[in-house]
Design a protein around this ligand. Structure first.
Ligand SMILES: *Cc1c(COP(=O)(O)O)cnc(C)c1O
Length: 385
């Protein structure tokens, strides 16, 4: 099936009134660009005086970077982060020259000229990347912008603090490199009272002291909520822009961005004792009415939600029965008034009263993975900001 991307906004959430492409698709994903922009403004405000960048890696967490990034740019965002060079090159084509686009993984070996040609700013994560960027600067006879990443306690990307100390003993360690930012990343920011947060903040302060005058960035979505001491000069939210709760266990301050509605393909009544779906992982414990809906693990409806996931038909909660299949799943609609679950109608897999984080929890994962798994078969509707 082709990926169908609706270019015209369709505010309808009612299966009966969807346009024909949406009606034809098994399931419809509605992305609210206005909510993304509101979330951006809210985070920018929470970050006080810090610049608010936007992390749009992995196709803007699965939501479509070619729609998300321009909406954020129109809302005043001038700094974008992607993970890979290819993502950066694609985003440059979307945004044109102007916004700063940083590549978190930096440039792969020998791809530095491509990075420069697309006006992308590499995050330098180690001595090899720094040396390669300095060589390119020397070859081009001018200084080249870059971001320096230092690891303050995650053991993932960046110069270790010892590497940095060693680096700074050299006469002109950043010759030819215009450092526009020094950054680090928090490992445990989603846990408010985790001791690693304060440790990383202290380590980051000493990193900044070694690089006076260079703007600094530490916080992603959750870090913004740890308080002003974490904001530095620039914050880098991703997930919270898209509605993921940056403070798990507390009320979600973000506006929901996605709604996922799946069509009911088949209804059936089964007697007590009937095995339901693959492996008969569920068995009807009473006479039951089942709805088979058009989303499965090939669409990113995670198989780990088998027997645990929930959907909604208006106010009525529906349990996922048995195993999630590749292209479908089975819901218990026994106690729902039939007019709420008509053949060809829609149920909410992600939606009001059943947000990303609840869906993630039922699948034993996090909202980030639910978003980045959203499938290519969904018909996509973008509601304009
Ligand atoms: C992904 C990422 C972010 C954004 O993180 P969220 O938790 O989605 O806000 C920020 N900085 C770095 C280095 C990242 O890898």
């Amino acid at each position: 099936m082709m990926v169908s991307v609706a270019r015209s906004p369709d505010p309808s959430h009612d299966g009966a009134h969807m346009d024909s492409a949406a009606q034809r698709a098994g399931a419809v994903l509605t992305v609210d660009l206005g909510a993304v922009v509101e979330n951006y403004r809210f985070l920018r405000k929470r970050a006080g005086g810090a610049v608010c960048a936007a992390v749009v890696k992995a196709d803007a967490y699965g939501l479509g970077v070619d729609r998300i990034a321009p909406a954020l740019a129109r809302a005043g965002c001038r700094d974008f982060f992607v993970a890979t060079l290819d993502e950066g090159m694609a985003l440059r084509n979307v945004l044109g020259l102007g916004p700063r686009i940083a590549v978190l993984h930096g440039a792969p070996p020998r791809a530095e000229p491509d990075c420069l040609a697309a006006h992308l700013v590499p995050v330098l994560n180690g001595a090899e990347q720094l040396a390669a960027w300095r060589r390119l600067a020397r070859d081009r006879g001018r200084s080249l912008p870059a971001i320096l990443q230092v690891d303050t306690g995650m053991a993932r990307f960046g110069f270790s603090q010892a590497d940095l100390a060693h680096l700074l003993t050299a006469p002109d360690p950043f010759e030819g490199v215009a450092l526009g930012l020094v950054m680090s990343h928090l490992a445990c920011a989603d846990t408010l009272d985790h001791p690693a947060n304060a440790e990383q903040r202290v380590a980051f302060r000493s990193v900044r002291a070694r690089l006076p005058g260079i703007p600094a960035s530490l916080a992603a979505s959750s870090g913004i909520f740890l308080g002003p001491e974490f904001h530095a000069d620039l914050v880098r939210p991703g997930a919270a822009l898209y509605g993921v709760n940056p403070q798990p266990g507390r009320p979600n301050p973000m506006r929901p961005v996605v709604r996922l509605q799946a069509h009911i393909l088949q209804l059936r009544d089964v007697a007590t004792g009937v095995g339901i779906g693959y492996g008969h992982a569920a068995v009807a414990h009473r006479p039951m009415r089942l709805a088979v809906v058009a989303a499965g693990y090939a669409d990113g409806y995670l198989r780990s939600a088998s027997g645990r996931g929930m959907a909604f038909a208006g106010p009525y909660p529906l349990s996922v029965l048995g195993r999630v299949s590749m292209d479908s799943l089975i819901l218990d609609v026994t106690d729902v008034p039939p007019e709420h679950v008509p053949l060809g109608g829609c149920v909410d897999l992600i939606g009001p009263g059943h947000g990303l984080d609840a869906v993630a929890e039922a699948a034993g994962t996090i909202g980030y993975e639910v978003l980045t798994s959203l499938g290519a078969r969904y018909h996509r509707i973008y509601r304009e900001a």
